[in-house]
Design a protein around this ligand. Structure first.
Ligand code: NAD
Length: 351
């Protein structure tokens, strides 16, 4: 599929490629949809083998942001930018000031933030050139507490859908990854009396989970075979695939990782095996809610309240899935598309 095929199929509004040879900078901004508000999405710094790979990544990620913000009920659209280069590059000021200048030319149609390969320090460099950047030092800060809380609320709603009761006390949750989001999620689960099983490539993090939450350590690959009630992917994407789905012995899948399904068809494969899939971008919407907090000037309390609403969103996903006889993943997409269509249909009123 070419870039133009993707643009047409996904219906992006705009795709911008910019360069500044003096700064050794090549960047792409993809704006998918600004129906609900300015397009928000992070800047990814990555060594793409080909420019086409970078374009496709930016287009797919931008579209994902439209859906994520739409179901989170935020006044934001979807966009993403990609800067081509080594994530460890040292010439960061030139690179990110160049990026900031190009982001500024979009006049606020696109707001950026940190993503893979970039940090709040890089956002500060972008901020030298444009005000259309969030995730600055001393502002909304690490989104993981809000994300972890949102995943916890999603898990409770999933429990209600599966078992008719949202209590997680006494359940066994198999967590893949013991990073930032997993840690905040684990704290809520531990407080509710959940038995945690955990794996991570970093043995030190697993040990801390054992000490802090009484978690049982599991091997990296064995996480797919453990007998548990819930599998919580909180590390990598694409861990629900042809190899892993037949191995899982859980009733619910709910975690913080992005892009959990290797391919869209895996949503049906999960359901065919009798497991409830909590759409990833619904469950982990706390991260974008936290960024919105900085843009809209919300308190942390208000952001947490908004993240608590993820519980209701999962319930709405379940209603749509049952009514329209589609997977929960398709139901989440329909909810997002419904909101976009409703706002698109608003009458244009002249001031
Ligand atoms: P993190 O880097 O703190 O945690 C990820 C953890 O996964 C690390 O501890 C890492 O060692 C571990 N890991 C990597 N490969 C692994 C493997 N093969 N098996 C087991 N563990 C492995 O990152 P995070 O911020 O906690 O994010 C976790 C996931 O949630 C990512 O997919 C991220 O895109 C997504 N997410 C995060 C946020 C947020 O607010 N931080 C928001 C939305 C989505």
């Amino acid at each position: 599929m070419t870039t133009f095929d993707l643009l047409r199929e996904f219906g992006h509004e705009q795709l911008v490629i910019s360069q500044d040879p003096g700064a050794n900078y090549v960047g792409i901004v993809a704006i998918h949809d600004t129906t609900l508000g300015p397009a928000l999405g992070g800047t990814r710094l990555w060594n793409y083998a080909k420019i086409e790979d970078a374009l496709v990544d930016a287009l797919r990620l931008a579209r994902g942001m439209t859906y994520k913000s739409a179901v989170a009920g935020l006044p934001l659209g979807g966009g993403k930018s990609v800067v081509i280069g080594d994530p460890a590059r040292r010439d960061r000021e030139a690179c990110f000031r160049a990026h900031g200048r190009f982001v500024d030319t979009l006049g606020g149609r696109y707001i950026t933030a940190a993503d893979v390969g970039t940090s709040s320090a890089d956002m500060e460099l972008i901020h030298f050139e444009t005000k259309h950047v969030a995730g600055l030092p001393g502002q909304s800060g690490d989104p993981s507490p809000v994300t972890g809380y949102g995943v916890y609320m999603a898990m409770k709603a999933a429990a209600r859908a599966r078992w008719g009761n949202d209590s997680l006390a006494g359940k066994r949750v198999a967590m893949q990854g013991a990073g930032k989001v997993a840690r905040y999620l684990a704290r809520h689960l531990h407080e509710e009396g959940v038995k945690l099983l955990v794996t991570d490539i970093d043995a030190g993090k697993v040990q801390r989970f054992a000490a802090d939450f009484g978690a049982e350590a599991v091997g990296l690959d064995a996480i797919y075979d453990v007998a548990a009630d819930i599998y919580a992917p909180c590390a990598l994407g694409a861990t629900l695939n042809d190899q892993t789905i037949p191995r899982l012995k859980v009733e619910i899948i709910c975690g913080g990782a992005n892009n959990q399904l290797a391919e869209p068809r895996h949503a049906a494969a999960v359901e065919k095996r009798g497991m409830f899939y909590t759409p990833d971008y619904v469950a982990n919407g706390g991260g974008v809610i936290n960024i919105c907090r900085e843009i809209e000037g919300w308190s942390e309390e208000r952001a947490l309240h908004k993240a608590a609403g993820i519980y209701d969103t999962v319930q709405r996903v379940v209603e749509v899935a049952q009514r329209e006889k589609v997977t929960t993943a398709e139901a989440a997409d329909r909810l997002a598309e419904e909101r976009l269509a409703a706002v698109r249909a608003l009458r244009a009123v002249r001031r």
